[in-house]
Design a protein around this ligand. Structure first.
Ligand SMILES: *Cc1c(COP(=O)(O)O)cnc(C)c1O
Length: 385
């Protein structure tokens, strides 16, 4: 909920801007932490969902680890208070420079995605005389039932070690005792997963893989099951925080770690999505032949998800005391592309130029995907303390 006091303040400031509700962020992260603690689970925040320094600082203060996908994410996470030894590094395309940086910083684990990457890590680790802790990313071939752009756990996806390379990876780890230590198995099957049966399937696959390794005499200390928890974009006020107890409870029920094995998660969206809104003003209302357009001062350059993933975001008018009459609008941005649209047939109170609009649940994969296309203004921010 965006309070009337906040709305009064937003009226005074330039738009578009990202509004972040820090109390809601803290409540969300604490809820996740408490639920994870009940089972002794560890959470790493997936920095790519939102790397705003204020947000990172809040999350590191609450004691989470970080899941990074670039060298600069690792550096920023450390600068904002995350411990290097609780950082994991994923991604199919780690550069030598990034691998060296991660080795120097002494991160918890490289989540390795190919045999060739493992070879490069071994060479650099030897050269630097620093042992690299590695987890093997296994692609469990599970359909996450989500948008195909954010499905990552199928055989046809680029992620994870190809099965025919796995034996060679193990042989390389065995023969590189002074350079590589195998610390875990890593899985991540996609994002915005709302069908939790998918997570049950994941647990069963993780159990099977864990047993496969144990049969070969390898018991890894860490099972990292990734992230992907979906949030409720339809009703951000009704369900502002995911039911983390149910989520972790499901893993507790179906996952069968061996004694002493630690379970790690990498949550991004579910921790930050609902604490952010993109605030915008109506520039013009255009009455078209078949429909009405509400033209905002925010566009795909500030929030790309609707264009990239055909994603739904709840759109609301913040201006108080609007007439009760409502109308459907195609809510669009100013960018010179027809794709630049936040929603079709959005029912809103009769709009006028200057009305304040909130596009909700924009805290994840929003700000981080912004671009300067059309030479847009740098982003502005408003933090609710
Ligand atoms: C993006 C990503 C995550 C986070 O996914 P969410 O859906 O935001 O929770 C976790 N792990 C890896 C490897 C990722 O690429």
């Amino acid at each position: 909920m965006i309070s009337t006091t906040v709305i009064e303040q937003l009226k005074q400031v330039e738009t578009p801007l990202y509004y972040y509700d820090l109390p809601l962020l803290r409540a969300t992260v604490s809820a996740a932490q408490t639920a994870a603690d009940a089972f002794g689970y560890h959470i790493h925040y997936a920095v790519k969902a939102n790397n705003n320094p204020r947000i990172l600082h809040e999350i590191s203060t609450l004691g989470l680890g970080a899941d990074c996908v670039s060298g600069l994410e690792i550096e920023l996470a450390i600068a904002q208070g995350f411990q290097a030894k609780s950082i994991v590094f994923a991604g199919v395309g780690k550069t030598e420079k990034e691998i060296r940086l991660a080795l120097r910083q002494g991160i918890l684990a490289f989540n390795v995605e190919s045999l060739e990457e493992l070879r490069v890590i071994a060479i650099l680790a030897k050269e630097m005389k620093i042992r690299a802790s590695v987890a093997l990313r296994i692609n469990p071939n599970i359909d996450a039932n989500t948008h195909h752009y954010i499905t990552t756990g199928l055989d046809e996806n680029k992620f994870g070690i190809m099965m025919h390379e796995l034996e060679d990876c193990l042989a390389l780890i065995n023969s590189s005792e002074r350079a590589l230590t195998l610390v875990g198995l890593h899985f991540h099957i996609g994002s915005q997963i709302t069908d939790w049966n998918v997570f049950k399937q994941l647990c069963l696959k993780v159990n099977a893989w864990n047993n496969w390794f144990i049969e070969r005499g390898i018991e890894v200390p860490i099972l990292n099951v990734g992230g992907g928890v979906g949030i409720n974009y339809q009703d951000p006020d009704g369900e502002s925080i995911v039911n983390f107890s149910d989520f972790f409870g499901l893993f507790h029920r179906f996952l069968e770690p061996k004694p002493g094995q630690h379970i790690h998660f990498e949550l991004g969206r579910s921790l930050v999505a609902n604490c952010g809104s993109l605030i915008s003003r109506v520039l013009y209302v255009k009455r078209g032949v078949k429909k009405n357009f509400a033209i905002l001062d925010a566009g795909m350059t500030e929030l790309m998800r609707p264009v990239l993933y055909q994603a739904y975001h709840h759109i609301q008018c913040l201006t108080p005391n609007r007439p009760t009459a409502r109308e459907n609008y195609e809510v669009v941005g100013p960018i010179c592309e027809s794709s630049d649209c936040f929603g079709k047939q959005v029912e809103l109170p009769l709009l006028s130029r200057g009305d304040l609009i909130a596009i909700r649940s924009a805290g994840a994969y929003g700000e981080v995907m912004a671009s300067r296309y059309n030479l847009r203004q740098p982003l502005q921010f408003y933090f609710q303390e």
